[in-house]
Design a protein around this ligand. Structure first.
Ligand SMILES: Nc1nc2c(ncn2[C@@H]2O[C@H](COP(=O)(O)OP(=O)(O)OP(=O)(O)O)[C@@H](O)[C@H]2O)c(=O)[nH]1
Ligand SMILES: [Zn+2]
Length: 195
């Protein structure tokens, strides 16, 4: 099932996670019986299921659902795709933008499917490097293009709100396959995304 609609939370998971959140909130010194917090364990359980829904989604199926034979063989770029993910070390958000390019090899893909697969991989516990590679490999292996490139720029809340507390640093990761391993093609892409 490529798309999981989030009116359909798993009741068992919601109940289990809700109970654990209740304990966590109490362990942190709060009173879960006060008015504003009564429904918080359940809300948090649902929010976390939403933010990790990528485990239940199949990115290959999403791409395959909209692949079309086409002879266009120039670069296709979708840039500034906003992404929100969770760092696997602290379970705090990291967020920013992904830029994706590919050069078709007889087949193009529906443009919206590229942001969709970004979300599938972002809505898991992640590190930015693996997120970048998973998007890259998924497009490369499913669409078999002449080349694919992914750049992600993100800010990590675990470095902003806690830890080193650096508010202005961003992290850039990138990956290139096929034609984008050639310096001219890679530079053209980087120029077109303003890097
Ligand atoms: N490479 C990489 N590191 C990440 C990512 N997200 C968070 N981190 C880092 O994961 C590391 C975990 O390091 P630890 O020393 O185990 O954790 P910590 O004691 O909480 O570290 P500090 O954040 O430095 O306080 C930290 O350096 C984080 O900045 C990511 O996407 N990629
Ligand atoms: Zn972190």
């Amino acid at each position: 099932m490529p798309y999981k609609h989030f009116e359909e939370y798993n009741i068992q998971v919601t109940d289990d996670v809700k109970d654990r959140y209740k304990h966590i909130i109490e362990d942190l010194g709060e009173n879960t019986q006060r008015d504003g917090l009564l429904k918080t364990p359940e809300r948090a359980a649902k929010a976390m299921q939403f933010l990790t829904q990528g485990y239940n989604q199949d990115p290959v199926e999403i791409l395959k659902s909209a692949m079309f034979k086409e002879s266009y063989n120039e670069m296709v770029i979708v840039k500034d795709i906003e992404l929100y993910s969770l760092c696997e070390h602290h379970i705090l958000p990291f967020f920013g933008k992904a830029h994706i390019a590919y050069i078709p090899n007889g087949q193009i893909v529906g443009l919206s499917k590229l942001p969709r697969i970004v979300d599938v991989f972002a809505r898991r516990l992640q590190v930015q490097e693996r997120l970048t590679e998973q998007i890259l490999d998924c497009i490369n292996d499913t669409l078999n293009p002449q080349g694919v490139a992914v750049v992600i720029e993100a800010s990590h809340m675990c470095m902003m709100m806690r830890g080193v507390q650096k508010q202005n640093s961003t992290t850039t990761t990138s990956g290139f396959r096929g034609q984008f391993e050639k310096i001219e093609t890679r530079n053209e892409f980087l120029k077109l995304i303003g890097k």
